[in-house]
Design a protein around this ligand. Structure first.
Ligand SMILES: [Zn+2]
Length: 205
């Protein structure tokens, strides 16, 4: 299970300062009164950003692992939230997704980049659409980065949403939330016929 590690460090700072060493989880999220054998469970290494580790804890009674994900990093996707937002912002402001690709330096070929972008666009737009329904302050927002940026008055929307989503974090999809990946509607074809096996499988606990 993922838990917020509340921090305003950027992804670079998080790695440079080895901030996972300062992450703390004092009580078991499942057993507030303790007695379950809850203890630190070392760290695991993320592929990106390079050198980043995530602190984790384990509850033997609940057979559950808890990972403290810093606010700067994407959940269930590589890299930082600002990286994701930068790309989506680029796409929203480009005449087409293909045009946006040429401004991006992602070295996986055009088809790969489009797939990379569409997967993130789908997740972020689903998240923003959910927030317009769940949070009264966002009722009048469009499901776009620019609309939320105007409503929040911040430089980067995605980290701000991670920090302010509260209990909704467990409903919202990655890379902001800790909830399940949304499914595309039946009958609605994905833009590419492709395998979706490159991300780690959804695993709770
Ligand atoms: Zn426990």
């Amino acid at each position: 299970m993922q838990i917020r590690f509340a921090t305003d460090l950027s992804a670079d700072q998080y790695v440079r300062r080895r901030a996972w060493e300062e992450a703390r989880l004092d009580n078991c999220p499942l057993h507030g009164k303790g007695g379950c054998g809850f203890a630190s469970h070392g760290t695991y290494t993320r592929q990106t950003p390079k050198g980043a580790k995530i602190a984790r804890w384990y509850c033997p009674d609940g057979h559950s692992t808890f990972s403290l994900l810093p606010d700067c990093l994407s959940s269930r996707l590589p890299g930082s939230l600002i990286e994701v937002e930068t790309v989506i912002n680029e796409v929203e402001n480009a005449p087409s997704q293909e045009a946006a690709v040429y401004g991006l330096r992602i070295d996986v070929g055009l088809t790969g980049v489009l797939r990379w972008i569409r997967r993130r666009l789908f997740l972020i737009h689903t998240t923003l659409r959910l927030l317009t329904k769940l949070v009264p302050a966002f009722h009048d927002c469009q499901s776009s980065i620019s609309s939320f940026k105007a409503a929040l008055g911040v430089e980067y929307v995605l980290p701000a949403l991670r920090m302010s989503a509260g209990a909704y974090l467990y409903v919202l999809p990655p890379p902001i939330g800790f909830g399940p990946r949304p499914q595309r509607k039946k009958g609605k074809k994905p833009p590419f016929q492709h395998k979706t096996g490159t991300d780690p499988p959804l695993k709770r606990g």
